[in-house]
Design a protein around this ligand. Sequence first.
Ligand code: ATP
Ligand code: MG
Length: 417
Amino acid sequence: MNNRSVSSEGAPAAPSSPADAGIAVRAQGIWKVFGRNPERVLEPKYRDLPKKELQRRTGCVVGLRDVNLEVKTGELFVLMGLSGSGKSTMIRTLLRLVEPTAGTLHVDGKDVSAMSHKELLEFRRNLVSMVFQGYGLLPHYTVLENAAYGLRLRRDEKDEREARAMEALKTVGLAGWENYYPASLSGGMQQRVGLARALAKNPDILLMDEPFSGLDPLIRRQMQDELVDLQEDIGKTIIFVTHDLPEALKLGDRIAIMRDGQVIQVAEPEEILSNPYDEYVRAFTRDASPARVFTASTVMEEPEMLLYRWQGPLTARTEMERQKREWSFVVDRKRKYLGVATRDAIERLVKEKRATVEKEDLTYLEPVKPDVIIEDLFGLVSSESYPLPVTDDEGKLLGVVRPRAILNALSTEEDDA
Ligand SMILES: Nc1ncnc2c1ncn2[C@@H]1O[C@H](COP(=O)(O)OP(=O)(O)OP(=O)(O)O)[C@@H](O)[C@H]1O
Ligand SMILES: [Mg+2]
């Protein structure tokens, strides 16, 4: 019998019961109370008090209140809720990085709540991996060493851990980057290293706490797409925390909505939208028609063509011919949006033997901000117009919204109605 199936008292832990077949995580009656003498909060005179009232009367903060959850094996399960609703506490409790005040917890049929310290370490090293926001990379380790870090902690052989880490880096599209240091990678790439580190352990379960929230909108969407693909390929159980509704709707097989430490609804995305449990959930999903939930950043894409200001008219013309384009967005060295260069304008500059393309030579389309809702973009485009440039507060070109993308959002809505 290995260590993992022995509980702290030395008695054999309960074996996986048949009821647990197909269930990756089962949390029953989980409470987490922060503060002094947290157990007293479970007494009848306190336990049903609202969070604020409880805090006033006892000085304790309720992180989780009687949470019951079942996550199926192979499922991408999303925990969603406002800030402070208990998402991180819940996901950390699954690893007992936060010790629950009450309740039982089974992961892969194993009673996590009864594990000894040693069993717990073993469990964290082998069965589950956590991906944090902010990547948690070690700056003086190479990409490969970072990806292999979890394997090093569990003392895998060097050859073995490097081979596995390489495999994981390949899975997340970072082959060739193994000898670089994190500082030379973009945010999206660093997040991928964090993911590779989690995957290298080949865990049964991946826990992801707002992994994409620090990323630029386009990169974020790309990472979401990749996660969906990855999930198809590897079929791991993933528990994913977010407070972003479109992200939850896109990724989740099922979504659990948390409020004040409680799970108040667990349902498939469609069900959450069509049948919100109460006003709180409704508020989350209100106006959930795509045109009102989705913003410019949700539907924007990379521009098909981009010219840089320092490229002169001749280069611009050559590029337009090569890419068979009649126009292009133009940006400066910092990717600040300057305008649109049309083929005619460029031809004219070539004829005039001008050396540079200046702002006055460009057509200026008013840019939009990434958080503008689609509905507000309808009026700005017609099907034959240019895409809309999307810029951040510094005027940096983040992406473009094509008229088709806007019209698609509209037609989805009409189809649903
Ligand atoms: N170590 C702690 N000590 C005291 N209170 C805590 C601690 N950790 C969390 N809490 C409280 O527990 C509640 C849930 O916090 P948690 O971090 O789980 O929320 P969250 O849903 O992850 O929020 P966010 O979206 O901001 O990350 C909050 O009221 C928080 O103040
Ligand atoms: Mg959190």
